[in-house]
Design a protein around this ligand. Structure first.
Ligand SMILES: [Ca+2]
Ligand SMILES: [Ca+2]
Length: 502
């Protein structure tokens, strides 16, 4: 009798526990993205001098900081498409900024769509998908405040790609850097605008308004800043954080390119003209300072979001995720920009602060494509209906030293990929050429070991993670006519009209 009573209690507990779990309020998600921010944040130590990122650092101190995190692809659109769909470029064919995700993958469920389909309010502001018109179909969101691009001289009057940009002449003194003939967007300085008129401030204000409201459902709130993306226009006080005499330039050996294969040299040369113009004008140090100032400006926006969350009723039940879409070179490998497969372009700040998980630093190699399954697991949502390439990081949130035999992969254009574990970076290009770097002895990736006889085992091990197949590239933007008013795409070759919606 006594035993059956205990058995009954056990059976009842088994029935009660799941229903309690099911009725517990699901956590909210505050999903913060920054643009083109490399590892020059205080908590990652990528910059050799002192960088001012107090807010990103305080988030790192209360969450799990992934110190060996990499982007899916070192360019805005392919990286963001991978984060938001959970699928790598080699799966989707979305390799470049001209590759629109929506007309190509209308059946896929992005993170906001998936949360929305499972009882969440999906709210957004600023740059989440790539920022040109058409990349952010409205049916993903309950509410979305777009990145406005109102006053930026580089986007002035480009109504096709930036519908909110103002027309009119560029301001007096443009380009403010004083360096003539730099490539698209490459400039820095201070716009004569109050903070409230800056586009990133506007986006963050919109997100803060959502945090101040009462919500009857859990929310997925995404907010993305455009800085530190070029052009580096931020208020003067952020430049003033950096003494021009104390700027540390990257260490760039003259012979660093000598051991690189042809595709690597081609990627490195992409924006070299800008670097050479800046250097010849004696403005390298000034440009590095402008990038640092832009990082600190973005950090201040992160701080405003965190303050608003902390002051809200949602502070204790909200997962905060912070990520940058890829890194940025400031002269390393004689390169100026993103779009390479080296550490400087693939390593990114990445933090997850989730209720119930203790703060930690995790050195395992991870990738932003892992975010999709991670958030689904943390929030207890069903899996996406499409297969995802990422792997949940929840075991690493529980134990940052948990085993993870899964090097990170970064892809750039068809056929090129970098595989990173906790020690090595292995790169293979479309023509079969290779690089290998040993971070234990060569953190700057100066010595390409790919040709060393002793490297074969390491290369073979890492090569197992290279994509087995590369999807055909998606049709480029020019294959469609996009109508911003109806938010429809017309496929030029067939006349087929694609409307956003389930
Ligand atoms: Ca970017
Ligand atoms: Ca070298």
């Amino acid at each position: 009798m006594k035993h059956s009573f205990i058995l009954l209690i056990v059976l009842l507990s088994a029935l009660v526990v799941p229903s309690e779990a099911a009725s517990a309020p699901r956590p909210n998600v505050l999903f913060i993205a920054v643009d083109d921010m490399n590892d020059w944040v205080g908590c990652l130590g990528g910059y050799a001098g002192k960088v001012h990122t107090p807010h990103i650092d305080r988030l790192a101190a209360r969450g799990t900081l992934f110190t060996n995190a990499h982007c899916p692809s070192p360019k805005c659109a392919p990286s963001r498409a991978a984060v938001l769909t959970g699928q790598m470029p080699s799966t989707t064919g979305l390799y470049d900024n001209g590759h629109w995700w929506y007309p190509h993958l209308p059946g896929i469920s992005t993170l906001p769509m998936h949360f929305r389909a499972h009882g969440y309010r999906a709210l957004g502001a600023g740059k989440i998908h790539h920022h040109t018109a058409g990349f952010n179909p409205p049916h993903q969101w309950d509410a979305f405040e777009p990145l406005l691009f109102r006053d930026d001289p580089w986007f002035r009057g480009d109504k096709k790609n930036y519908p909110w940009s103002k027309s009119g002449p560029t301001p007096e003194g443009f380009p403010f850097s004083g360096v003539q003939n730099l490539g698209h967007e490459n400039d820095w300085g201070t716009l004569p605008l109050p903070d409230r008129d800056l586009d990133d401030v506007h986006s963050v204000n919109a997100a803060i308004e959502h945090l101040r409201r009462k919500h009857d459902r859990p929310f997925f709130l995404a907010c993305g800043t455009f800085r530190p993306h070029l052009p580096w226009y931020v208020p003067r006080r952020f430049f003033d954080l950096y003494d021009p005499g104390k700027i540390v330039l990257p260490d760039v050996p003259d012979d660093d390119l000598d051991d690189l294969p042809a595709p690597a040299l081609k990627f490195a040369a992409e924006r070299r003209k800008d670097f050479e113009l800046i250097r010849t004008a004696g403005k390298w140090r000034e440009a590095v300072r402008a990038y640092l100032a832009s990082i600190s400006f973005a950090d201040a926006q992160v701080g405003r979001l965190l303050d608003a969350l902390d002051a809200s009723p949602y502070a204790a039940n909200t997962i905060v995720v912070f990520w940058s879409d890829h890194g940025w070179h400031l002269g390393e490998k004689q390169h100026w920009h993103k779009m390479t497969l080296w550490e400087r372009a693939t390593r990114v700040p990445f933090i997850i602060a989730a209720p119930g998980h203790a703060p930690s630093r995790c050195e395992r190699a991870v990738n932003l494509v892992d975010l999709y399954p991670t958030l689904i697991e943390l929030c207890g949502l069903p899996n996406a209906s499409h297969p995802v390439d990422g792997q949940s990081l929840v075991p690493l949130l529980r134990d940052p030293n948990a085993p993870r035999d899964r090097p990170s992969v970064t892809e750039f254009l068809p056929g090129n990929a970098a595989v990173c574990d906790e020690r090595y970076r292995y790169i293979r290009y479309h023509d079969g050429s290779e690089e290998l770097y040993d971070h234990h002895v060569d953190p700057h990736e100066w010595r390409n070991l790919a040709g060393d006889p002793g490297a074969a085992g390491v290369k073979a091990r890492l090569a197992r993670r290279l994509p087995k197949a590369w999807a055909q590239p998606a049709p480029v933007k020019n294959a469609y006519q996009f109508d911003p008013d109806s938010h429809t795409w017309t496929e030029k070759a067939t006349g087929r009209i694609i409307r956003p919606g389930p």
